[in-house]
Design a protein around this ligand. Sequence first.
Ligand SMILES: Cc1cc2nc3c(=O)[nH]c(=O)nc-3n(C[C@H](O)[C@H](O)[C@H](O)COP(=O)(O)OP(=O)(O)OC[C@H]3O[C@@H](n4cnc5c(N)ncnc54)[C@H](O)[C@@H]3O)c2cc1C
Length: 253
Amino acid sequence: MKKLLVDAVVISNEAVIPAVWKMVLWAPEIALCVQPGQFVAIRKSGGITFLRRPFSVADADPEQGTITLIYRLVGQGTAEMAAMHADEHINVEGPLGTGFSIRQGDKALLVGGGVGIAPLIFLARKLDRPVLLIGGKTAEETFWSEFLEPYAEKIYITTDDGSVGRKGFTVQALPDILAENEITGISTCGPMIMMQGVAEIAAKEGIPCEVSMEKRMACSIGVCLGCTFAGKSSGKRYKVCADGPVFPAEEVF
Ligand SMILES: Cc1cc2nc3c(=O)[nH]c(=O)nc-3n(C[C@H](O)[C@H](O)[C@H](O)COP(=O)(O)OP(=O)(O)OC[C@H]3O[C@@H](n4cnc5c(N)ncnc54)[C@H](O)[C@@H]3O)c2cc1C
């Protein structure tokens, strides 16, 4: 897979909710070859952060030459991103890593929590109308359904406080959703505790499951070995940035 280093142009950068922003970048070479689940590592030229910051590609449009990132404000790097305006330049390395398997013909269930929902938008676009299960703390955090609606057959929502959808966590809703839909594969991205619960239910039901891991990474390109872990079933040493971030669930939990 070709990896590129490009000087991307900010097309738009706006808050979706105060804590989560959406940035559209003109990066035609990357838009052409990126796959769902892959990520980019970005750094503002002359910016304050020394290390690049990794972000999943939330969508790509090869015709327009754009990629979309959806990012939560966390620290210095994301604050610097949020201060950027249209026509500014940002250095982008990518596409990086190994993404989701696109199982055409399958009835897929995509389970996401928090900003882990970002790569599922791009995945949903490439699949044949998957079923979505997304979770957020409050109603404000369920804005994701707007991005997912064009590609989803159904979207189930859970909120911690019950303000929208079912009250509770995604994992608690999962058994009912599996009973209602003939699901043949699950892809999940979000907090580790959520993905572990999803993986356990999938294993019990005999449904193949893949998980997208988020580990702090320094180089993002498989050199520094800062994001390695030992595969649970194989014992093989994996680099999250290069071998993943998407792995079969049985290798992670
Ligand atoms: C493969 C991959 C894909 C990602 N995709 C997205 C995405 O689509 N949208 C999104 O909002 N975020 C995503 N992230 C997380 C994102 O990279 C971090 O939030 C970002 O680097 C924070 O940068 P910062 O400079 O603002 O914060 P920093 O100043 O670097 O950190 C501030 C705080 O956030 C914590 N933190 C920073 N990075 C991480 C991390 N990777 N995991 C856990 N805690 C962290 C730090 O411990 C610290 O407490 C992804 C991470 C990975 C590894």
